[in-house]
Design a binder for this molecule. Structure first.
Ligand SMILES: Nc1ncnc2c1ncn2[C@@H]1O[C@H](COP(=O)(O)OP(=O)(O)OP(=O)(O)O)[C@@H](O)[C@H]1O
Ligand SMILES: CC(C)(CO)[C@@H](O)C(=O)[O-]
Ligand code: BAL
Length: 331
């Protein structure tokens, strides 16, 4: 076997920092017949990430977790510099779950000619909507690093979180469009007890913002409850949930067809996916939930805890319903 520089964390978890070392470790395991699962992350791990790792552990013989804060997916005014970096704690948590390899390259290893230079993957039209409208270039940068990680690790399966729904759609599309030879596994959103979706960025919320952040899950609950009455009602109630929350700026609240990721029209019925994004001070959060529209089946998935909607019946909700509101100047 090629000699590999590693640091042992637990008996069987290794951290590798170079592409060559990761390939050497995985090639040896694959030659022995092992299957490989990859969990791509940007670190600052929380229970949402750990759910992906647990799922990966069930799916393959070797679990690789990548930790790389990818500059290519951050805009110039975004939070690249303040994005949390907690590598030692991350590696300890992963060792506790029996992950086999932590891949933690630096920027020069991933982008030797600089992150602005070189070939990029284009996310296509859906990449410019919703998150992409507010974070221009984000999805091209995300797909580029994910394609590189797939090429480097050559996993049989890669595990992603439903919390980043548009990311899941675009990664799945890339795998199909480029005939990549792996399977994408999606894990439901992990939430705090009160319904807030776990996110590395939650740590930036102050006490007041943490309370106000619940409105995202509440708006999804409101949408789910009113979905039986159709798309317009769902959107009106979802947006109305933001009516009495000062200090929360709604970026978008839309319902899309999960198969196309395009907004549904008013007559749509069946399974829809509601996407929401909002800013609280300098922190931007996203969330989503599947809903069953026009039937009384209710939501079928991982939407937030069963909280009150907080909707203000008097709010001028309908005016903004379904709108992709103009992008904010900066995060
Ligand atoms: N609450 C969650 N439940 C399930 N999966 C999650 C959750 N949060 C993040 N993930 C998934 O973990 C993977 C890595 O995400 P990432 O490192 O960007 O963390 P994050 O918490 O989403 O950070 P941020 O939202 O601040 O960007 C992605 O596939 C993402 O969807
Ligand atoms: C998939 C990913 C690791 C690519 O940098 C990132 O977008 C994330 O953490 O969701
Ligand atoms: N969680 C998706 C990665 C990002 O926000 O850049």
């Amino acid at each position: 076997m090629t000699e590999v520089a590693t640091s042992e964390v637990a008996t069987s978890t290794r951290t590798v920092n170079t592409i060559a070392d990761l390939r050497a470790v995985l090639d040896e395991r694959r030659r022995a017949g092992a299957s490989v699962a990859l969990v791509p992350t940007m670190g600052a791990l929380h229970d949402g990430h750990l759910a992906l790792v647990r799922r990966a552990r069930e799916l393959a013989d070797v679990v690789v977790v990548s930790i790389f804060v990818n500059p290519l997916q951050f805009g110039p005014a975004e939070d690249l510099d303040r994005y949390p970096r907690t590598l030692d704690a991350d590696v300890a948590a992963l060792a506790g779950l029996g992950a086999d390899v932590v891949f933690a390259p630096d920027v020069a290893e991933m982008y030797p000619s600089g992150s602005a230079a070189g070939t990029k993957v284009s996310a296509g039209p859906v990449g410019s909507r919703y998150e992409g409208a507010h974070r221009p270039g984000h999805f091209d940068g995300m797909l580029t690093v994910v394609a590189k990680l797939f090429s480097i690790a050559q996993p049989d399966v890669a595990v992603f979180g439903q919390k980043d729904a548009q990311q899941v759609f675009l990664v799945t599309s890339m795998v199909a469009d480029l005939d990549l030879r792996l399977r994408i596994e999606v894990v439901p959103t992990v939430r705090e007890a009160d319904g807030l979706a776990l996110s590395s960025r939650n740590r930036f919320l102050d006490e007041r913002e943490r309370v106000a952040a619940l409105v995202l899950a509440e708006s999804l609950d409101a949408a789910r409850t009113s979905a039986v009455d159709g798309v317009s009602e769902l959107l009106a109630e979802g947006v109305a949930a933001f009516g009495d929350h000062d200090g929360v700026d709604l970026d978008y609240f839309v319902v899309v067809d999960p198969d196309t990721f395009l907004p549904v029209d008013d007559a749509f019925s069946g399974r829809g996916l509601v996407l929401v994004a909002a800013r609280l001070g300098t922190t931007r959060l996203i969330d989503n939930a599947f809903v069953e529209i026009g039937t009384d089946a209710g939501a079928d998935t991982d939407a937030g805890a069963d909280t009150d909607t907080g909707a203000d019946p008097g709010a001028d909700a309908a005016a903004d319903a379904g709108a992709e509101l103009p992008p904010s100047p900066a995060e």
